[in-house]
Design a binder for this molecule. Sequence first.
Ligand code: ARG
Length: 259
Amino acid sequence: MPRTLRTLRRSAAAGAVILAAVSLQPTAAAAAAPEPIVGGTRAAEGEFPFMVRLSMGCGGALYAKDIVLTAAHCVSGTGNDTSITATAGSVDLQSPNAVDVPSTKVLQAPGYDGRGKDWALIKLSKPLNLPTLKTATTTDYDKGTFTVAGWGATSENGDQQRYLRKATVPFVSDTKCEKAYGSDLTPSDEICAGDVAQGGVDSCQGDSGGPMFRKDDAGAWIQVGIVSWGQGCAEPGYPGVYSQVSTFAADIKAAAATL
Ligand code: ARG
């Protein structure tokens, strides 16, 4: 993978920066660009009520009623921060039912340096009356088929979306994922997903920070990943790379308790 992606990912605090970064990437396979989130469909109102859109152009999920779990590369550091707006409560970002709440604080994963540890918490100025998304605390659910959702691009250089989209992506083993990304992958911190053989389905720019999740044994949604990075979007041979939530569950819990 080209170094530029890593480099830019490290500093990209704004959606615009992320999008600019992407257009500089060589398109290995200019795959037929299907639907937003790539290769997905629109989510129904209320289907994923824990989904949050963040004003810097990222996604997130409600970890607590007043805390959003997102990606470290979506924020610029740790401390008081009232500059971020979280929008939740509707699949339609312009719906009268959508609520906008400002942030009060940001906590970026301690030691984050652009390789792994791609998680962050955003404290909201007031709790939202919406369901939270449970996070995986063991590797039990780090397999199978996942759902990923977001308002991000519909194709590698596509536009951000007004309506939430979702896609289904199969688990990809670290061994297979390392075939694509070599030492850019941090297997302990990252979990991969996508259709390696065909491509065509993936998260994409602007989906970053959003959750990748599945059903647990009790039939409840459980978050196993955080949209992090990939070579382009939905290219054959290049799965999406997600922060492995189970690895950080204890750190996230301890960090949330300090907010
Ligand atoms: N880094 C991107 C963002 O900031 C997410 C890229 C996900 N890419 C992928 N191929 N799954 O929005």
